[in-house]
Design a protein around this ligand. Structure first.
Ligand code: GCU
Length: 607
């Protein structure tokens, strides 16, 4: 028995720094009373972390005084003062927004950058105040009026700080140190095929709630039961039981429940007649939840999703998932999506393609994107950035991955559009990985037993035979995998010769296939990077896949060209991954119409 190993493991587990990962954030934050802190923030580029570490590389905020860093927000106030930074004389960045697309000097920048924002608030004693960040990439340290609030890791999930007792009556300033340096043991790890956009990439809000407030709730159909609305309400800040009312006026539902002394009540409400949410009729109901001092409103759709053998049943009816993969990027900006309009643009293109489904790759997307999918009638595959080869045996890495998964599930649990939680993409088959991923599956099932769990599995190829038997698939609901026939292996014309041996009696979802093409570059269909070559790969891919028993959906890679630091061909790529069906200037390539035609056919088939 190797006691040293056990002791190290124990130390590792006990020292997982849980405070850098988000705790539960307030549900449906965009419905809350809030001061938006979006807009212009001053910034300081700080490659040597001068604002954080002293010359002995010790953090200023851990020194006796806790002072000394840029979060003090000092200025040269007289001819004697010598302050070597000054936010107020610095340019500004837009928030939400990555820094790479806003300042040419920062296009490739990976490192530390400081943000500062002044704001005025008149706090009242009957309210709580929560400083909410929808996402900051990657690691950040947050300070309010010179005092440290905390640290967060993970570039795609929300986190918050209770600042009720920390606000000034009047002038306040928040300072955020952001570091997007890639590191091996993080999630994602150092190697990705997307741009490592840094900064405060999503909304920042100062939310105010009554002292006792509805912190969380779930209102969805029970697992596999179309006749029961099931859920819970959590009122925070109380220690005695309290009445909460769940109201769905259109369904003539108005039911009062009593919480326990911790403010929690679980409920189920029988429902007779209901318009079930589906892509063709994305019906959302106004839902209102009221407690003694608080009320929240939401727009919620009700649908069931399940698999039976190789079929996917939406509201009990077999469906084909006509999808496309999407990154959180506005190609016209070459930066992270910043507004509803940006997000709606991508989802509208997906609808034009004939989609009823999108894969939001490879990380948790903006909450507004998922709410828009609810509204526009697009089913969603949501994913965490457990991408390629991460540190499978590192307990901290696991805690990070599990946290991103849990926070994403908590945030979007009331979204009818979300039907699949994906735990990762193209992760190599080995025992440590199976253990790691297996635990993530268990975590999903513990948090949400009403949706499907999946991953982009590994495949094997021998001659013209593709075998899919990655054992992680045993724990999942779908046989989903990426395959780049015609592009990374074989060639376009050989594709129809290939056949698949899929060792799972589960619905088959092709989570990626595709090919690169420079929009406007034309040639015969053998000419690499030409639209004709991409088109041929789509034609032959769809012919090959259509023969597959159990094919129930796909999300070709990808809706629109996207920026990638791994794509350096100066003529055809220029740091763009060109597998989009639409170019980065919004031009539709020939293959767009090939897939559109195919989805028309599928629509007829699954009428
Ligand atoms: C991979 C991966 C994507 C990547 C794509 C590509 O399968 O999942 O993130 O961009 O292939 O190579 O274009």
């Amino acid at each position: 028995m190797n006691y040293r190993k056990i002791i190290f493991a124990l130390i590792a587990i006990t020292t997982i720094s849980s405070n850098v990962y988000s705790q539960k954030t307030i549900q449906n934050v965009f419905d809350r009373e809030a001061i938006s802190l979006n807009g212009s923030w001053n910034y300081i580029i700080d490659p040597y972390q001068m604002g954080y570490l002293d010359y002995r590389q010790k953090p200023f905020d851990e020194s006796k005084s806790g002072k000394g860093g840029f979060y003090d927000n000092l200025h040269n106030v007289s001819k004697e003062t010598k302050v070597e930074y000054d936010f107020s004389n610095e340019p500004t960045l837009d928030v939400p927004g990555d820094w790479n697309s806003q300042d040419q000097r920062l296009l490739f920048y990976e490192g530390t950058l400081w943000y500062k924002k002044d704001f005025v608030v008149k706090p009242t004693t009957d309210k709580n105040y929560i400083l909410y960040f929808a996402a900051v990439n990657y690691e950040c340290h947050v300070y309010l009026n010179g005092k440290k609030l905390g640290t967060h890791k993970g570039g795609f999930t929300p986190f918050q700080f209770d600042v009720t007792s920390k606000l000034n009556d009047g002038e306040n300033f928040v300072v955020v140190m952001v570091d997007n340096t890639r590191k091996k043991d993080e999630v994602p790890t150092i190697n990705t095929d997307w741009w490592n956009y840094g900064g405060i990439t999503r909304d920042v809000l100062l939310v105010s709630t009554p002292k006792e407030y509805i912190n969380d709730y779930k209102v969805q159909l029970a697992k596999d039961n179309k006749k029961v609305i099931e859920g819970f309400v959590k009122v925070k800040g109380i220690n005695t039981s309290q009445d909460v009312v769940v109201e769905i006026p259109e369904l003539k539902i108005k039911t009062t429940f009593k919480t326990d002394n911790q403010g929690l009540v679980k409920f189920n409400i029988p429902v007779k007649k209901l318009t079930y949410w589906s892509p063709n009729s994305p019906k959302l109901y106004d839902v209102k939840i009221t407690s003694k001092l608080d009320e929240v409103e939401d727009k919620i759709g009700f649908r069931t999703i399940q698999t039976v053998d190789k079929n996917i049943l939406l509201n009990g009816k077999s469906i084909f998932l006509k999808g496309i993969s999407i990154h959180d990027e506005n190609p016209l900006l070459g930066g992270r999506l910043r507004s509803d309009a940006d997000m709606r643009m991508l989802l509208t293109w997906a609808k034009e393609l004939g989609c009823n489904y999108v894969r939001l790759a490879h990380y948790t997307h903006n909450e507004r994107m998922v709410q828009l999918a609810d509204e526009m009638g697009l089913l969603v595959w949501a994913e965490v950035p457990v991408y390629w080869t991460i540190s499978w045996t590192n307990a901290e890495t696991y805690a990070n991955a599990e946290n991103q998964l849990a926070v994403g599930i908590e945030r979007d649990k009331n979204r009818a559009s979300v039907i699949i939680w994906s735990i990762g993409n193209e992760t190599p088959v080995n025992e440590d990985r199976n253990v790691f991923m297996g635990k993530l599956v268990d975590k999903v099932r513990a948090l949400d037993d009403t949706r499907l769990v999946a991953a982009a599995l590994e495949i094997e190829r021998e001659g013209y035979k593709i075998t899919v038997e990655d054992h992680l698939g045993d724990k999942l609901d779908l046989a989903s995998f990426n395959e780049y026939g015609g592009w990374y292996w074989s060639n376009a014309k050989e594709l129809p010769k290939y056949s698949y041996d899929i060792k799972f009696n589960k619905p088959v979802i092709i989570s990626e296939f595709g090919a690169g093409a420079l929009a406007g570059f034309h040639g015969d269909d053998d000419t690499m990077w030409s639209e004709e070559h991409q088109e041929l790969i789509y034609i032959n891919q769809l012919e090959m896949l259509d023969k597959m028993d159990g094919l129930r959906g796909m999300t070709p890679w990808i809706l629109v060209d996207f920026k990638s630091p791994r794509r350096q061909n100066p003529v055809f790529q220029n740091f763009w991954n060109r597998k989009g069906l639409i170019s980065n200037t919004g031009e539709k390539k020939k293959a767009f119409f090939t897939l559109q035609e195919y989805y028309k056919k599928k629509t007829k088939q699954y009428k």
